[in-house]
Design a protein around this ligand. Structure first.
Ligand SMILES: NC(=O)c1ccc[n+]([C@@H]2O[C@H](COP(=O)([O-])OP(=O)(O)OC[C@H]3O[C@@H](n4cnc5c(N)ncnc54)[C@H](O)[C@@H]3O)[C@@H](O)[C@H]2O)c1
Length: 354
């Protein structure tokens, strides 16, 4: 198997998770790391199995011709700066979600990726959570029948502290419905096999980070909301997000309600259920995820499978699964939902050029 030399730019929480998972993947070698924070860089170097070269400057890493592929895991607002420099290398890139914080930037990236026929994957790894992948398979093979309603609930803890607290502000993140909910909007498109037409939403910041101050500024990041999309195929999908819900049985509950059955995924317990309409019986399946993979991060084993898929795409053995187009469309749904909540009106996706 060809060894793939990887360069990782941004070695914070998610950079660590990439390193831990590449350590487990055969044929992957973390060869270079770049981060402006010396402490994070040293920790990342220590957890890498392959004694990578390190730099405090991503341009030094980009000039390393021995690298075969790049991973970008800097803060959301910074992706576009790295991408402007990295895309011209022609090397395969795995870029963390959200692709960028504005639609002008995601559009420019998807256009360049298409024009130059680049291998480019967006880190929307929820598709790769083993239990969610099982739910998606069941819906795709018709277990639920035609899915009229998709409900996605995330009830969790507040945003974690980040290096230089970048995630406390809309300007740095793109806003909560872009920053974290792009995962769920990507899942809506995938599970329903259709594109969104319009959205209504209500969201805001009511509990979290209100007593914090950074350089004299109080965080403005939203911590809860609902967003309801109508899709081209007539289905509707709802996101229910609460980030002051530490006391929840399940951090994520996804339910696809079809004319035949209800298929549900419960995380982090890795449970998939099938609810029969005729008998009202609910069959429950526990999805096994090996400990080694579960322990290599915080995403129920998703990063392992995502990065494995990226390596296959780099080797030319498989198509990219989450494309720049997917990244653009997920950000567009987040931007639309934020507009709908802020302006208290229905937003049509055509307003965003989709
Ligand atoms: N896929 C997922 O589910 C998931 C989960 C968490 C975070 N993320 C994404 O991963 C990215 C990183 O998030 P994180 O949680 O690791 O944040 P983090 O703050 O823990 O890490 C970001 C790192 O980037 C470094 N950095 C900042 N500017 C830099 C520069 N100019 N050059 C090099 N390094 C620089 C910081 O020093 C820091 O170490 C974000 O885009 C975030 O949205 C994705």
């Amino acid at each position: 198997m060809n060894e793939i030399n990887l360069g990782i730019i941004g070695t914070g929480l998610m950079g660590f998770e990439h390193i831990q998972n590449f350590n487990l993947l055969e044929g992957a070698r973390v060869a270079a790391l770049a981060d402006t924070d010396a402490t994070m860089l040293a920790k990342a170097e220590a957890m890498s199995a392959d004694s990578p070269r390190t730099s405090d400057d991503y341009e030094t890493l980009l000039s390393d011709e021995s690298l075969d592929a790049l991973v970008i895991a800097t803060p959301n607002f910074h992706h576009i700066e790295v991408l402007r420099a990295a895309l011209s290398s022609g090397k395969p890139i795995l870029c963390e979600k959200p692709l960028c914080t504005t639609l002008a930037d995601t559009d420019a990236v998807r256009q360049q990726v298409t024009r130059d026929n680049l291998t480019f994957q967006v880190g929307m790894e929820y598709r790769f959570k083993p239990a969610l992948a099982e739910m998606i398979t069941r819906v795709e093979r018709g277990d639920a029948g035609f899915v009229h309603m998709l409900s996605i609930r995330e009830h969790r803890f507040p945003f974690l502290p980040k290096v230089n607290d970048w995630n406390r502000f809309n300007a740095n993140t793109g806003g909560t419905l872009v920053e974290k909910c792009c995962h769920f909007f990507d899942l809506m498109r995938l599970i329903l096999g259709s594109e969104p037409v319009s959205v209504v939403a209500s969201a805001g910041q009511n509990v979290n980070h209100l007593n914090e101050t950074y350089a004299g500024q109080t965080p403005d990041i939203w911590d809860n909301g609902y967003a309801v999309f109508d899709f081209e195929n007539g289905a509707r999908a709802m996101l229910d997000l609460c980030m002051f819900a530490e006391g929840s049985r399940h951090s994520e509950e996804l339910a696809a309600m079809g004319d035949k059955a209800k298929v549900e995924c419960l995380l982090p317990q890795n449970i998939v259920t099938h609810g029969h309409r005729d008998t009202w019986v609910v069959d429950k399946t526990d999805i096994h995820v090996p400990e080694e993979i579960l322990n290599a991060g915080y995403h129920s084993g998703a990063t392992y499978h995502q990065n494995q898929a990226f390596l296959a795409a780099v080797r030319g053995e498989a198509e990219v699964i989450v494309t720049a187009e997917d990244g653009h469309r997920a950000v567009a749904m987040g931007v639309a939902a934020q507009m709908a909540a802020r302006e208290k009106r229905r937003v049509d996706m055509t307003e965003l050029g989709l």
